[in-house]
Structure formats: structure tokens, C-alpha cells
Design a protein around this ligand. Structure first.
Ligand SMILES: [Zn+2]
Ligand SMILES: [Zn+2]
Length: 347
């Protein structure tokens, strides 16, 4: 009797292990999508992921102030997506354009789990004050310190931490471990000492679909993810690091990931600058580059208006949305025009 019970317990445990290790593709309900909204926070960062299971993950929450502008925009997008609470808030790093909006957002939407790299690496008084305000809010929920290689348990998705607290994944992911001939031509820059280098970067996988978002991770750290071998593999969508500034997005990194679509969460005069745009446009397999804003840092780098969510320098707050199927196909919608462009599966 005892032996039968033990055997039954073993089989139940085995079943649980099998269920936990089932691929996201196997779990994916037919026709359901992963929806990712790139919220316009005027050159800051806020990306809302809505899993096919309905669970939500917000990466960063834009700026404080401006009459609650950024928190209001995130809350409006959440309402549009049917999201009533933020299940996981991933804070990439503790700069004001990424965490400033957290308290104002928490006043509008419950935030359950706060995922970040721990403590601010910066002692500057003003930045410390921004961090301390965030910590007050963090203390009201569950705090999770992310380490490279961790998974964030969003039902229906595989969310992998690639970088955190200046640490990087050391073991290739499934689909990674690819030789990267571009490592030889990489030119390192002086090591970034700000919070940017500590960014919590994630790879979100839904079936065959893969999206990388590294926050403000910098040039040398990105290199560390793809050299001496590319441990990440290729992706469908890449959110250009550091808003599309040229302190990230080396050809060695971008061209190794071979994104089909790249997005810049730039502002009118923040990010999306010419060297990055050139690197993205020269990337093998790139189909389109989408921008949250028309860049006024020089207009030669801007793409056609249909690929830009916000034109001019008026705060219009239009988003971009990626909607992905488990077979790897996806669409990108421009919130300004409502127009949608389709991309077939298969990298
Ligand atoms: Zn930053
Ligand atoms: Zn930033």
C-alpha cells in the first residue's frame, strides 16, 4: 500500500516536472498572441508585455512628473490591453527615465512583483533620491533580485534574464552557442560605469517568437553576450538598447542577433541616432526599423513616416504594438495610424 502511494506520488511529481518543462510552443493556445506595447514616454522606457495567459510584465515605467504623463500613458495602454494589474514590473536599472514613473503608476495599477538588480550602483545625490523613492514603492510588493540566467515565471512565456547587475549569461541558451565571426572586428569602448551597465536585459520567447530588450545595457556588455560565441541566438524583434543611442548596438551585437524588426524607443532628441540606424539597416535579414519618434537630431536617419509612431515635437503619446503568434509570425501596429504590417514566421 505504502509502495503504491509512493509510486503514485512519484508519478504525480514526474507529471509536474514534465508540465513545467513543456515548451512554450506546446502550451500555446491556438490563435492566442503575445502582445507587446512600446509605450511612448518621450525618450524614456516603458514596454508592456501581455502573455497569452493574460499575465502582464512591464519593463520600466518612464519618467516622473509632467502631471503623471508617463504613468497615465502606461495605464491607458494597460486598459486597452485588458490588463488590471502589473504581475511583474522589471526595472532594468535605476535611472529616472526608467523608474521615475513607478510611484505614479502604482497609484493607478497594482504592482505585484518588483524585479531589478538590487541596489543602485550610483552615489550621486539626485540619482540616489530617485532610487530611494522607487525603493519605497518596491517595499509594498514582492522584491525579486534578478541574476543572469534566471527565469521570470510569466505563465505561457519563457522570460530569460540575459544580463543583470553587470553579470551576463555564461551558458548558451537553446538556439545559442553560435560562432560569431564579427567578434574579431569589434572595437571596445571605455567601460561604462553608470547604472546602464547594470541593466536587467531579457529575452522573451513565445513558441518560435523571440524578442530581446536590454534596457540601457552598453556597448561592451552587449559584446559579452555574443562573443566569443553568440550565447543568445537570433531574434525576431530587437528593441535597440539605450534608446538607439550609439553607446550600444555595435554591428558585432546587432548583426549576430539578426533581428527581422528593430524598434527604437527614442524621443524627439534622445536616441535613434545615425550610427545605430546605419548598423540596424545594414543588419543581415533586417526587414524594417520602427521608431517611437521622428528624431530631430538630424533628419537623414529617419525612416518613412508609416514606421514612426510620433511625428513632430508635440507630445502625442502614440505607441507601437507587436503581436506575436507561437509559430513566429507577428505584426507591428502603429498606434498613430492604426496601420498593421505582417511578418511571416521563420527566421
Ligand atoms: Zn540609463
Ligand atoms: Zn534610458
Amino acid at each position: 500500500m505504502e509502495r503504491i502511494l509512493l509510486m503514485r506520488a512519484f508519478l504525480i511529481a514526474l507529471g509536474a516536472v514534465v508540465a513545467l518543462s513543456a515548451s512554450p510552443l506546446a502550451q500555446a493556445p491556438a490563435g492566442k498572441t503575445l502582445d507587446v506595447y512600446f509605450v511612448d514616454v518621450e525618450g524614456g522606457h516603458a514596454t508592456l508585455y501581455v502573455s497569452p495567459s493574460g499575465e502582464s510584465m512591464l519593463v520600466d515605467a518612464g519618467y516622473a512628473g509632467f502631471d503623471g504623463r508617463d504613468a497615465g500613458r502606461i495605464a491607458a495602454v494597460a486598459a486597452l490591453a485588458g490588463v488590471r494589474q502589473i504581475d511583474y514590473l522589471v526595472v532594468t536599472h535605476f535611472h529616472g527615465d526608467h523608474i521615475g514613473g513607478v510611484p505614479e503608476l502604482a497609484a493607478r495599477l497594482p504592482i505585484r512583483n518588483f524585479v531589478d538588480h538590487g541596489d543602485s550602483s550610483e552615489s550621486d545625490e539626485r540619482r540616489r533620491a530617485v532610487f530611494n523613492t522607487y525603493v519605497q514603492e518596491r517595499s509594498k510588493g514582492t522584491h525579486i533580485v534578478a541574476k543572469a540566467g534566471d527565469q521570470i515565471p510569466i505563465a505561457g512565456l519563457d522570460v530569460r534574464v540575459l544580463s543583470s547587475g553587470a553579470g551576463l549569461i555564461s551558458v548558451p541558451l537553446e538556439g545559442g552557442g553560435i560562432p560569431n565571426p564579427l567578434c574579431a572586428s569589434f572595437t571596445p569602448v571605455e567601460d561604462e560605469t553608470s547604472e546602464d551597465a547594470y541593466s536587467v536585459g531579457t529575452l522573451v520567447t513565445y513558441g518560435e517568437f523571440r524578442l530581446v530588450n536590454l534596457g540601457d545595457l552598453s556597448w561592451n556588455q552587449e559584446y559579452g553576450l555574443v562573443c566569443p560565441t553568440n550565447r543568445v541566438g537570433t531574434v525576431d524583434v530587437l528593441l535597440a538598447s539605450q534608446h538607439g543611442d550609439d553607446e550600444a548596438s555595435s554591428p558585432t551585437f546587432v548583426h549576430a542577433l539578426r533581428p527581422r524588426v528593430a524598434i527604437t524607443n527614442n524621443g524627439v532628441k534622445e536616441g535613434a541616432i545615425q550610427p545605430t540606424i546605419q548598423t540596424v539597416r545594414a543588419s543581415p535579414g533586417i526587414e524594417d526599423l520602427w521608431q517611437l519618434h521622428f528624431s530631430m537630431l538630424g533628419d537623414q536617419q529617419n525612416g518613412p513616416e508609416e514606421f514612426i509612431a510620433n511625428l513632430g515635437d508635440v507630445d502625442t503619446g502614440h505607441w507601437l504594438k507587436v503581436s506575436a503568434q507561437a509559430d513566429g509570425s507577428f505584426t507591428v501596429t502603429n498606434g498613430r495610424t492604426g496601420d498593421t504590417r505582417s511578418y511571416q514566421g521563420g527566421r
